[in-house]
Every structure is written in C-alpha cells, then in structure tokens.
Design a protein around this ligand. Structure first.
Ligand code: PGA
Ligand code: ZN
Length: 438
C-alpha cells in the first residue's frame, strides 16, 4: 500500500522543469519522472505549467503541489498492485476530461511510480507487471524493433528540414543487442557522411540525439542509405519517417490546408507548398525509392479526410497516428472506424495514466494495428517505457538516436531486459507491426 507521496520539480533533457514523484510503500521508494513534448498534439492531456516569469512560464510547482496534497491524500493506503483503481481514483479526483485541473504531469508521475511499486510488491520485473496488467500471459516476450531517430528536423532542431524524424530501423538483427550494435555503427557512419558533405556544424545534434544537416527529406534519406552502406549493413537496415506535419500545416491565407516544406527554411520556394494530394505523391515517390516501412503524422492532426486518403494510397506502409490520436481511446476508435491510419504511437503523457495507455494499446492491437511505444522530445533518465514496450508486446519503440543518456536510458534498460530474459525473448525485426498477445 501507498504510505507516502513526495513530488518535486526536476529538469528534463531540454532544461525545462518536469514532475518527479517518489512514492513509498512497505517495500521501499519508487521514483518516476514524466517527459514532455515540443511538437505536441492539440488534443493531448494537459501538462500543467505555472506561467509567469519563473522558468519562462514552464515551472511545474502547481502540479507538484497537487501531487503532494490532493493526490497524496487520495492514494495513501491504496493497494499498488491495483493500478486501475489508483488511476481511476486520480481521474475522478481531477474531474475534467483532459486532466487539466490537477495536471496530467502530476497524475502520470504517480501512476508510473505506482506501477513500479506494484511490480516490487509482486516481486516481479516491471515488464512482467505491465504484461499482467494488460492480460498478456505469454511466457516468451518480444523485444521491440528499434526506430533510431538519427536525423532531427522540424521543431526538434535548428536546421531548415521540415520533416521531424528520420529513422534507421535495424530489422535484420538477431537480437535487440545486435540491433543496437548495428544502429550505433550506422549512426557513427552517418556522422562521417554528413561531416564530409556539409561540414562539422551539420553534425551538431537535435533534441533527440540525431544530427541536423541542412538537407531536404530526400537528401536525408540518401544520407541514411549511404551510412548504412558504409557500415556494411545494406538490406538489413530499413528506414522510416515522423513527418510531424501539423508543425508546418498552413492554417490561414490563400494556401490554407496545404503543407509548407519551407516552414523552417528562411529560403522560401512557393513550389514547396504542397496540397495534400501532392504531399501524398511525394510520399509515394520517397517510398518507391527508399526502403521506407513506416510514416508517422503524414497529415495534419485534424485533417481526418487527408489521413484516410494517405492510408489508402500508401497501403503497404505502416501509417502511424501520433498528434492525430494523442493516445486517446476515443480518437483511436474513430480512426479504426474511418481507416485513418493503421498504427498507434503510444505516448503515456499524451493520455496521462498507465491504465489508459494499456487500454489504448489493447484497442489498437485488437484492430490489427501496429503499436510504436514512444518517448517525448523532452525526456529524462526514467526508463519506464522500455518495460512497457516489452510487457505490452508493442513490437516497436522509438526513443531517439543511440546517443545521449536521456535516450539511451531506455535502450540500455531494454538491453538489461533482453539479458534477463535469456532465451525467453525474440527480436521483432521485420515483423514489428504484427506482434501481439491477443
Ligand atoms: P514531441 O515529438 O515529443 O516533441 O511531440 C515526438 C513525436 O512527434 O513523435
Ligand atoms: Zn510524432
């Protein structure tokens, strides 16, 4: 049972405040820290921030206070193995639809810490506890395929590149550890390739540990392929994109409803403002010329018709809904019905509790969708999502480049999990879209 809650303000990987919670039980102290996005969806649960001058308005002292008082009073004495009950109690206490009163950052920190305490109380690893909570009774586990974000653009870097994330996907690996080795070797080769083409400045890195060359999308994919080739892994490493197109969607004026590929570029070319149809044709061209397996947020978060069109046109690809879905079961339901996409991006802080995250994954898996577990661009040393990816058998995870400890905290935890499972796990590889326990 919960004997105490102590929340505090700490810093994330971008130097912004975030909520940390120490939850105590008879078994000890269990700590969780929540992440924070930059290219956030407008329908995400509310990250409570203080406003004012402190930390450029980004302080989280109100959320900390809420966790230390109202939430602590509510959850003290509750059984940590009953995750649903704890989460439901906090959601009811908040009383809003978007966790805007107490803050999704306050609620999620307690929810994550409670899960860790629950695992300890049952004396099982965290991934096993998550599996139990989701009803995953499989004895063997699936280690997720890694989507390594090695080129950063959009709102995550200072370069003119519109597309936000370029993944190397080491599908042709024998194990998770092998995938990380392949990925890291390709990453170092990419650095060399970028340096020789654009100079050392272009190897400065963005928020998720990837490089920030001044290229366009096609140029970025070419860099990836060259690096893979140089590393000696041709054919064993596929690629993927998170376009994060809501960040460069034109919302007013004559071009309303189109996509400005020069949004982050001071050098504007009117030919780079694309209608949804032209953008789909651009994706088609990229997919025909590069081994692309997955595209996230190809269209704006509220452009549901464009999404439907994209998913139908690029039917062989995984089309991932991030800002479109916000890990929100209601939106996932709509997207399943309308065939808007065919995969969920799982971000625990978009919805704000572990129980609702599990519900979202179940819905997606039941619909035959892929599920990509995800970090945020603002991260911390907390590695809960690594265990979540294994326990919920999501089959894929993206948590940045294989560099910077806020990113590697998750990959390193997955290395530990694979070692601990010794022979009781397999690497998802090319089959990352179809792994399931249901
Ligand atoms: P964010 O970026 O954390 O800044 O939202 C990650 C993503 O878009 O997937
Ligand atoms: Zn995204």
């Amino acid at each position: 049972t919960v004997t105490g809650i102590r929340a505090r303000e700490v810093l994330d990987s971008r130097g912004n405040p975030t909520v940390e919670v120490d939850l105590t039980t008879e078994d000890g102290l269990f700590r969780a820290i929540v992440p924070s996005g930059a290219s956030t969806g407008i329908h995400e649960a509310v990250e409570l921030r203080d406003g004012g001058d402190r930390y450029m308005g980004k302080g989280v002292l109100k959320a900390v206070e809420n966790a230390n008082t109202e939430i602590a009073d509510k959850v003290k004495g509750m059984d940590v193995t009953d995750q649903a009950k704890i989460d439901e109690a906090m959601i009811a206490l908040d009383g809003t639809k978007n966790k805007g009163r107490l803050g999704a950052n306050a609620i999620l920190a307690v929810s994550m810490a409670a899960a860790k305490a629950g695992a300890a109380s049952k004396k099982v690893p965290l991934y096993q506890h998550f599996a139990d909570l989701a009803g995953n009774t499989q004895k063997d586990f699936v280690m997720p395929t890694v989507m390594l974000n090695v080129i950063n653009g959009g709102s995550h870097a200072g370069n003119p590149l519109a597309f936000q994330e370029f993944f190397m996907i080491p599908t042709g690996a024998d194990s998770f550890a092998h995938a990380m080795q392949i990925g890291a070797e390709c990453y170092h080769n990419l650095k060399k390739v970028i340096k020789s083409k654009y100079g050392g400045d272009a190897t400065l890195i963005g928020d998720e540990g990837g490089f920030g060359p001044p290229c366009d999308a096609k140029g970025g994919l070419e860099l990836l392929m060259e690096a893979v080739d140089k590393a000696g892994y041709s054919g064993r490493v596929k690629v993927g994109l998170d376009v994060a197109s809501s960040e460069f969607y034109v919302t007013d004026g004559a071009q309303k409803g189109s996509y400005d590929l020069d949004h982050f570029n001071e050098d504007k070319d009117p030919a780079n403002v694309l209608s949804p149809e032209k953008l789909i044709a651009y994706y088609r061209d990229l997919a025909d010329n590069f081994p692309i397996m997955t595209i996230e947020d190809p269209m704006d978060q509220d452009a549901w018709e464009d999404w439907k069109q994209t998913t139908a046109s690029l039917s062989e690809l995984q089309i991932v809904g991030d800002d479109l879905l916000c890990t929100n079961p209601e939106k996932i339901k709509k997207a399943i019905a309308e065939k808007s996409c065919n995969a969920l991006l799982l971000k625990v802080n978009q919805i704000g509790s572990i129980s609702e995250s599990i519900e979202a994954v179940k819905m997606a898996k039941q619909a035959g969708w892929g599920v990509m577990t995800s970090h945020r661009s603002g991260e911390t040393e907390d590695s809960t999502i690594a265990d979540l990816a294994v326990g919920l058998c999501t089959g894929q995870i993206k948590t940045g480049a294989p560099a910077r400890s806020d990113r590697n905290a998750k990959y390193n935890q997955l290395l530990r999990i694979e070692e601990e499972l010794a022979g009781r796990s397999s690497y998802a590889g090319e089959n990352f879209r179809t792994t399931s326990w249901m």
